[in-house]
Design a protein around this ligand. Structure first.
Ligand code: SAH
Length: 214
């Protein structure tokens, strides 16, 4: 299989080579068919070391960023995870290999319907999708063991932090429109602890607790 070979190569050259070592993350990256999350015209580029357009001016993140964020979330098989920004569905599919259940929210209707269909086709039955503004979270299913925001926020929405379980982890890119800092949060009985994983660049998180639509 050509794509399996490209996937293994991606994991070795882009992911392990840059220090990602969590076996669950590596095995998820080896198994999810990333080429099915991009348009047919871009399938051959799907395993390259870069993000790709997915329509509606949105992008599927570079494989390394997906790996880094997933590893930072320290997901276990019992965990319930919330993702804001479904997009292509690739990040949710990676999380779904490891977690008990993934709840993912998308604000662009065409991406929501397309990706929902793909999850059905690929039989990712532990992914629950929703069409809505994810900056307010998903209260009915909270608290979450992990929350991942895959669009750049002007600041950390407090409402999301409040939906994090004690012991929960969150990763979110925070900054201006051009560059952001990838922030990791950890919540315990004492409060919320924050650290930076480095610079990154995401499309805008648009919504009530994100950027205003321009
Ligand atoms: N995780 C995605 C990345 C997609 S890009 C993937 O693996 O492909 C970021 C996505 O966040 C876009 O689809 C964008 O429409 C969505 N987004 C931006 N603001 C949002 C919000 N407030 N709620 C839900 N989705 C949002």
């Amino acid at each position: 299989m050509k794509y399996q070979r490209l996937r293994n190569e991606m994991v070795t050259k882009q992911i392990i080579a840059r220090g990602i070592s969590d076996p669950r993350v590596l095995s998820a990256l080896r198994s999810v068919p990333r080429h099915l999350f991009v348009s047919e015209a871009m399938m051959d580029q799907a395993y390259g070391d870069f993000p790709l357009p997915i329509g509606e001016q949105q992008t599927i993140s570079q494989p390394y960023i997906v790996a880094e964020m997933t590893q930072a979330l320290q997901v276990t098989p019992e965990d319930r995870v919330l993702e804001i920004g479904t997009g292509s569905g690739y990040q949710a599919a990676i999380l779904a290999q490891i977690a008990f259940r993934v709840y993912t929210v998308e604000r662009i209707h065409s991406l929501y319907t397309r990706t929902r269909k793909l999850f059905d086709q690929l039989r990712y039955h532990n992914i629950v999708t929703r069409y809505s503004d994810g900056t307010t979270g998903w209260k009915e299913h909270s608290p979450f063991d992990a929350i991942i925001v895959t669009a750049g926020a002007p600041e950390i929405p407090a409402v999301l932090v409040n939906q994090l379980a004690i012991g929960g982890r969150m990763v979110i890119p925070v900054g201006d429109r051009h560059t952001q800092d990838l922030i990791k949060l950890f919540r315990d009985e004492q409060g919320v602890h924050q650290s930076s994983l480095g610079g990154c660049r995401f499309v805008k998180l648009i919504g009530e607790h994100g950027w205003r639509e321009s």
